[in-house]
Design a protein around this ligand. Structure first.
Ligand code: ZN
Ligand code: ZN
Length: 103
């Protein structure tokens, strides 16, 4: 829907793009998280991105998209020290610049 700008349910091209999904509780943008270390008791390494909604103006069908899906992708580890990097270009642990080995 985001790429096609066409509602997958009714075929309408009258799509409201990039609407912000607002959490009623704190008026913050709705977000989604992953965890780098889901098994850890305390520091789970939460990764969060806000979400935006694409809404069909005809039938009301709604799709949610993460604003920066790459930021919740569990990151690669530093090639020098193994620190898990959240899209960082410099390892905060050992100072290696561009620490993720090319894939
Ligand atoms: Zn529709
Ligand atoms: Zn490092």
């Amino acid at each position: 829907m985001k790429r096609t700008n066409t509602c997958p349910k009714c075929g309408s091209s009258d799509v409201i793009t990039d609407a912000k999904a607002i959490d009623r509780v704190d008026n913050g943008a709705l977000s989604v998280s992953t965890f780098r270390k889901p098994d850890a008791a305390v520091f789970k390494g939460q990764l969060t991105t806000t979400m935006s909604a694409w809404v069909c103006a005809d039938c009301g069908y709604l799709e949610l998209y993460a604003d920066s899906p790459k930021s919740i992708k569990v990151p690669a580890a530093c090639k020098t020290c193994g620190y898990l990097l959240a899209g960082l270009h410099r390892c905060p642990e050992c100072g290696t610049v561009d620490p993720v080995a090319a894939r």
